[in-house]
Design a protein. Structure first.
Length: 465
C-alpha cells in the first residue's frame, strides 16, 4: 500500500487522497443488502480528468483494482469496494460545464447531482427527464453506470436514451471520447451505449453530453383503488392499449400502502389491494385523467380520485415517494428487487410475489413503475435474525426466478452489481455471457476495473503480476 499511495501522491493534490481506515471504511459499500464489501487501501476524490488518468495509470502499473463510485445510492452492490482497491469517488467532479438551449444538450461532469441538473436546465425552459427515486442524492455518473430509470420512464425513457456522448478514462489511463453533440449520428459502433449500464467495468466516465427536452406542462395525477391485483393489471393494460402516454403510471400493493400509512399518517385506503397513480403532463391533462379514470372504473376500480391542481398531485405523489423509507421501517432492513416483466403479466407477478411472501413467512411490499412493467418487490426482514435473513435471501431468489418465468428480466434499472451477478448468466445464456466477458477484456485486459461485479467469475484473478 505504501508504494501505491506514494505513486498516487506524485500526481495528485494531498487533499484528494484519503488513507485513514476509519474514513475509507465509510466508502466501502452502497445501499444494497446481502452484498459483500472489502476494505479499500485508499480513497481518491479527483477534481480533474487528469487526476483520474493518473489514478488509472498508477493502478494499471501496480495491478491494483479500482472501484469507481458516485453517491453510493445504488441498490446492487456495484459500488462496493474490494480488498486493497482504490476507491475512485467522483463526487467532487460536479460541474455543469455547458447548457445549449439551441442544440438541446448539457455537458456535465459525473459528480453532478441529478436534481441539480434538472433545476439548472429548467431555467432555460428545458428538462432532463430521467428521474430516479434518489434524484436528490444520486449523481449523473452513477445513473450512467447503472443505466438508471425512474418514474417518468413510461413516457420519456431511461438514462441510456439521453446520453449522446461520453469522455471515458480507460483502464490504462487513455482518454476516449465517444458519441456526438448532434441530433443524429450513426458513425461506427455505438460505444456510448456500451458504456451506459456497464457499472464501471469498462472505463471511468469523466464527462457526459446529455440530451434535453422542452420542459413539459405541470402534470396532474389521479389515484385509483382496486380490490384485486388482477383488476389493477387490467387497468394498466387498458390504459396502454388505448394509446395513452402517461408521464407516470405507478402501482402500490396493499402491503406498501399500509407501510406508508404507518409512517406518514396520510390516511391512504388500506382496504385497497392495489393503488394506481396515473399522471399526465399534456396541455389538457384533466381530459386525459377523465379518460383514464373511465378505463380504471371499467377494469373494476372501486374509487377514482383525480387531482384538481399541482398541489393535490404532489400530495398523491408524496405517498409514492415515501414507499421505500416506509417499507424499511417495517423491520429495519430491506432487500429491494428490480424485476421487469411484460405489462400484460404484471398481475401474475404481483400474485406470485404474494405467494412467495406467504411461503417464506415474510413481509414483501411491491411498488412498481407499472407503465413499463418495472417492479420493486421489497423484502422486509430483521437483519439480526439469522433464520429471517436466510428466508429473505431465498425469497429474493424466488422473485427473480418468477420474473424470468414470466418473460421478464432480472433488472430494469438498478443494475447487476454483486447482488444479481449469478442470475445474469441464467438470463443471458452461455454464448451471450461469453461474448460480453470478451468485450470486457478488450477494454480492461488486466481486470482492474470494478472486479467481481456483473459477472460471477473473479476478474481479480487477472491482477497477479
Amino acid at each position: 500500500m505504501s508504494e501505491l499511495v506514494t505513486r498516487l501522491r506524485e500526481g495528485l493534490p494531498p487533499e484528494t487522497i484519503i488513507t485513514d481506515p476509519d474514513v475509507t471504511a465509510s466508502y466501502a459499500h452502497d445501499m444494497a443488502s446481502f452484498c459483500p464489501a472489502g476494505a479499500p487501501a485508499v480513497v481518491v476524490l479527483p477534481r480533474t480528468v487528469e487526476h483520474v488518468q493518473h489514478v488509472l495509470r498508477t493502478a494499471s502499473a501496480l495491478r491494483v483494482p479500482v472501484v469507481p463510485q458516485g453517491a453510493r445510492t445504488g441498490l446492487s452492490g456495484a459500488a462496493n469496494a474490494v480488498d486493497g482497491c482504490v476507491v475512485l469517488s467522483l463526487t467532487r467532479m460536479d460541474a455543469i460545464l455547458e447548457i445549449d438551449p439551441v442544440n438541446r444538450y448539457a455537458v456535465v461532469e459525473p459528480g453532478v447531482v441529478n436534481a441539480d441538473l434538472s433545476k439548472a436546465v429548467a431555467a432555460h425552459g428545458l428538462a432532463y427527464p430521467p428521474d430516479p427515486s434518489s434524484w436528490e442524492q444520486c449523481t449523473i455518473g452513477g445513473n450512467i453506470g447503472t443505466g438508471s430509470g425512474g418514474l417518468c420512464c413510461v413516457k420519456y425513457g431511461v438514462t441510456a436514451e439521453y446520453v449522446l456522448g461520453l469522455d471515458v478514462v480507460l483502464a490504462d489511463g487513455r482518454l476516449l471520447r465517444t458519441g456526438r453533440r448532434t441530433a443524429k449520428g450513426v458513425a461506427g459502433y455505438d460505444l456510448t451505449r456500451l458504456f451506459v449500464g456497464s457499472e464501471g467495468t469498462l472505463g471511468v466516465v469523466v464527462r457526459a453530453v446529455l440530451a434535453l427536452k422542452p420542459a413539459p406542462p405541470q402534470q396532474l395525477v389521479l389515484a385509483a383503488e382496486f380490490d384485486s391485483t388482477a383488476a389493477a393489471g387490467e387497468a394498466v393494460a387498458a390504459i396502454m392499449a388505448a394509446g395513452h402516454a402517461p408521464s407516470l403510471l405507478e402501482l402500490m400493493d396493499s402491503t406498501t400502502v399500509a407501510a406508508v400509512n404507518r409512517l406518514t399518517r396520510m390516511g391512504l385506503p388500506e382496504s385497497t389491494r392495489a393503488l394506481l397513480l396515473a399522471g399526465f403532463d399534456t396541455p389538457a391533462p384533466a381530459d386525459e385523467l377523465a379518460a383514464v379514470g373511465e378505463l380504471c372504473r371499467a377494469a373494476g376500480a372501486t374509487e377514482v380520485v383525480p387531482a384538481e391542481d399541482a398541489a393535490e398531485s404532489e400530495m398523491l405523489l408524496a405517498a409514492r415517494r415515501a414507499t421505500l423509507v416506509a417499507l424499511e421501517a417495517v423491520k429495519g432492513t430491506t432487500m429491494i428487487d428490480d424485476v421487469c416483466v411484460p405489462r400484460s403479466r404484471l398481475a401474475e407477478f404481483l400474485d406470485g410475489v404474494a405467494a412467495i411472501a406467504e411461503r417464506h413467512r415474510l413481509t414483501i411490499g411491491v411498488v412498481a413503475h407499472a407503465g413499463d412493467g418495472n417492479t420493486h418487490p421489497t423484502v422486509c426482514f430483521d437483519s439480526g435474525d439469522e433464520d429471517e435473513r436466510r428466508r429473505a435471501q431465498a425469497s429474493f431468489d424466488d422473485i427473480m426466478g418468477l420474473g424470468l418465468e414470466l418473460g421478464g428480466t432480472i433488472t430494469g434499472e438498478h443494475g447487476v452489481g454483486v447482488l444479481k451477478r449469478d442470475w445474469l448468466a441464467r438470463e443471458l445464456g452461455p454464448d451471450s455471457a461469453a461474448l460480453q466477458r470478451q468485450i470486457r477484456t478488450v477494454f480492461d485486459p488486466l481486470g482492474i476495473l470494478n472486479p467481481g461485479k456483473v459477472f460471477p467469475e473473479a476478474e481479480a484473478g487477472q491482477l497477479t503480476p
